[in-house]
Design a protein. Structure first.
Lengths: 158, 89
């Protein structure tokens, strides 16, 4: 039998490379775009497949901002800016102990308009996100220990 | 009934996805995806008035399907579209 049905789904799994390119086009057209977070690299604030981010047109980037950037053709990350020097931007996920990415300022495709953690909205310029950003350590060893503790927490405590 | 303004069917990575281009914020955490035949129907009735019966007639013209099946599928599809707010009765 033929099946004619709309599937109303919470998530459609699409390859990041093409999907995020479309997302960047929509953002460049002036839309804001809400995405569900995938991956652990922005832990502990953003949890894989639970939390969401609202992205908007890129603003002038500054250290500490979490941005969507194209770090190689078709390869996108949503990470935090840890350094800007001579037009080169260095990014690192909060949940990453080692490993950074680099791109040019023009490769920043979107800025964060809102972060939605456990259903609650936070603004990037709001107090909670700014406090968290200031307090989350950059030191690899401290970060490693804290992330290990975080991983062992019951799911609803994270 | 009619498709509500601001909703657009796009093909992304081989999936037929309805996005609300009329709204400022496009929420991909609540995505509506359509299969091949539902997407075909969407394109056929875009900008037009339709009923479950007219959708069933379109289906019978395009696919090898009997009237009862076509009407049952069209009715189910329309009620899903209405329930997610992309179509108004």
């Amino acid at each position: 039998m033929m099946e004619v049905a709309a599937r109303h789904t919470g998530s459609v799994e699409l390859p990041n490379e093409i999907f995020l390119k479309e997302v960047c086009t929509l953002i460049a057209d002036g839309h804001d775009v809400t995405l569900r977070v995938r991956g652990m690299s922005m832990r502990p604030f953003l949890e894989d497949r639970r939390d969401k981010i609202v992205l908007t047109r890129p603003k002038t980037p500054k250290v500490g901002d979490a941005v969507l950037a194209e770090i190689a053709p078709g390869k996108y990350v949503y990470h935090r800016i840890i350094k800007i020097e001579d037009g080169r931007v260095t990014l690192k996920g909060d949940g990453n102990v080692y490993g950074t990415e680099q791109c040019g300022t023009k490769d920043i495709a979107a800025s964060t308009k809102q972060l939605i953690r456990k259903g609650k909205s936070y603004l990037p310029e709001g107090r909670a996100w700014r406090w968290y950003s200031a307090l989350w350590p950059s030191n690899a060893l401290v970060r490693r220990v804290l992330l290990a503790i975080h991983r062992r927490l019951p799911r609803n405590w994270r | 009934m009619k498709i509500n303004k601001g909703f657009e069917l796009r093909e992304m990575c081989g999936e037929h996805i309805i996005i609300g281009t009329g709204v400022e914020n496009i929420d991909f955490s609540k995505v509506i995806s359509l299969n091949e035949s539902a997407a075909w129907l969407w394109r056929e009735v875009e900008g037009k008035e339709f009923t479950p019966e007219s959708l069933a007639a379109l289906l019978m013209g395009q696919y090898d399907v009997d009237e009862a099946t076509a009407l049952a599928d069209a009715t189910a599809l329309v009620s899903q579209w209405v329930s997610v707010g992309i179509v108004t009765e």
